[in-house]
Write a protein of this length. Structure first.
Length: 475
């Protein structure tokens, strides 16, 4: 990856037109259907479990601080696996990586559905994070290969459907999770991945063309040698140490900050010297607009996931609603997110939707600081909607910002880092929830979490409003 020190949008590189008379259209429904089905699994599972955490805790006699690991382990695995599997898709072929990921998803579903203890659920979520992380980067690579075959770029509607599959599945996750917990129990949250992954596997096997030969030029290193295993190891180890520290903020293990600092320094040192770094530090340092996009994305989803997990737990334990009722109460949030993701995709500008989203996130967090067990139901629905609208706008707007500011030749890696920023925000959210709630989600814990979210929301508004690059974006 190479950055643009000026921070301006780099020129777009046209997709080379290769001779291909086999298909004038390409991108048929049969090609995109398994890609969409596989790509929705990761975002769906990130939010679907939110309405099952209390039930899982009751089954194994543990509190919110322990069940938070089910959130963090998936994000930890995904934060590392997404860019790694994207590079593997380039080196080995996207169809192979896509199919292998679905096999791992099926295995995770079996482990979770029959788990005899809580530790097995952790293993299931770890496998799920790795398996589902293959779908999105592999799908992008499949579409790239199809574009080369037919001699044109993937059409915007195809790319929009891929984005909508991710945003939409994440938005409906809490409602679907509540339904599954009510009908079949919390194990259904894990088991539902088996048939979905099996159908996607069968469709991919039948409809996605075989991978074209992976060739490299003499001037470029072989993709098989460009994975930067040392960088991956340093990044994943540093992130794991940070997660261990964050998940017990009530009794912080300060000594962990020492190894984290050493690992982070080692990662930066190596990334500056590696020819094909896992994270291109030079590019990020020289591209301020892109770096600020990652910061906005991580902060935005930190606040969104505080509600996705923290608010839903409070509705069950603090307000006394069942998992099914909680899922229904989150439905306005899901609908608002779906509608606004479509509206955000149609908006030419970036700055205005982001400002609206940031202001609503802050207002929604402020509203949660005053709710209690006696708050009218309509207020709870409004609070959920205040977070649903930003969920739709932030995802599409920051995706457009990445396309605007990232080097054209490295858009895939840049998109992977955007997902990593989102996962780090989610990990931090689960840590904040664990600190606020401890063993039970009560009014005091909700108000503590919401108060911290207000402070972060104000910071997010400032970062967005003062970003001059956003005023030029989308014009």
């Amino acid at each position: 990856m190479s950055g643009d020190a000026s921070g301006t949008a780099p020129a777009r590189v046209a997709v080379p037109r290769e001779p291909a008379a086999e298909s004038a259209g390409g991108f048929a429904t049969r090609l995109t259907a398994p890609l969409l089905l596989g790509s929705l699994l990761n975002p769906l599972n990130t939010t679907m479990i939110s309405t099952a955490l209390v039930a899982i805790g009751h089954t194994y006699g543990i509190g919110a601080a322990d069940t938070a690991w089910l959130i963090s382990v998936l994000y930890l695995a995904s934060a590392v696996a997404q860019p790694v599997l994207g590079k593997l898709a380039d080196a080995l072929g996207p169809r192979r990586v896509f199919l292998a990921g679905l096999v791992v998803v099926c295995a995770s579903g079996v482990v979770g559905a029959v788990a005899p203890g809580f530790g097995w659920l952790i293993v299931s979520r770890l496998l799920l994070g790795i398996g589902t992380s293959a779908a999105y980067p592999a799908a992008m690579a499949v579409l790239r290969d199809e574009g080369r075959r037919v001699g044109r770029r993937p059409p915007r509607p195809v790319m929009a459907r891929l984005s909508f599959a991710a945003l939409g599945s994440a938005a409906v996750g809490p409602t679907l999770g509540g339904l599954l917990v009510t009908v079949v129990g919390w194990r259904g949250i894990f088991a539902v991945n088996i048939p979905v992954a099996a159908v996607a596997f069968g469709c991919a096997l039948a409809w996605i063309p075989a991978d074209p030969p992976r060739t490299t030029s003499s001037e470029e290193p072989s993709p098989k040698l460009a994975l930067d295993p040392l960088g991956i190891g340093l990044f994943s180890t540093a992130l794991t140490v940070l997660v261990f520290f964050l998940l017990d903020l009530a009794h912080p293990m300060w000594w962990l900050l020492g190894p984290f600092a050493v690992l982070t320094a080692g990662l930066l040192w190596w990334q500056l010297r590696c020819r094909t770094p896992f994270i291109d530090v030079r590019m990020l340092a020289g591209n301020g607009p892109l770096a600020r996009t990652y910061l906005r994305h991580g902060l935005g989803y930190l606040l969104i996931y505080c509600v996705m997990y923290g608010f839903t737990q409070w509705l069950e334990e603090g307000r006394g609603y069942s998992s099914g009722h909680t899922g229904l109460l989150m439905l306005p949030m899901s609908v608002a997110a779906l509608v606004c993701s479509l509206l955000g995709a149609r908006t030419k500008g970036i700055r205005a939707p982001l400002i609206v989203a940031c202001v609503l996130l802050t207002a929604g967090a402020g509203l949660l600081t005053v709710v209690s067990g006696h708050t009218p139901l309509v207020v709870l629905l409004i609070a959920g909607a205040c977070f649903g609208i930003p969920q739709g706008l932030i995802g599409t707007s920051n995706q457009a910002a990445v396309q605007e500011y990232a080097p054209a030749a490295d858009i895939g890696a840049a998109a992977g880092l955007q997902r990593t920023a989102q996962y780090i925000g989610a990990i931090t959210a689960s840590s904040l929830i664990a600190l606020a709630y401890g063993q039970r989600a009560d009014d005091g814990g909700l108000h503590l979490m919401a108060g911290a979210s207000v402070v972060l929301g104000v910071l997010l508004v400032i970062v967005t409003v003062t970003d001059r690059a956003l005023r030029r974006a989308g014009r």
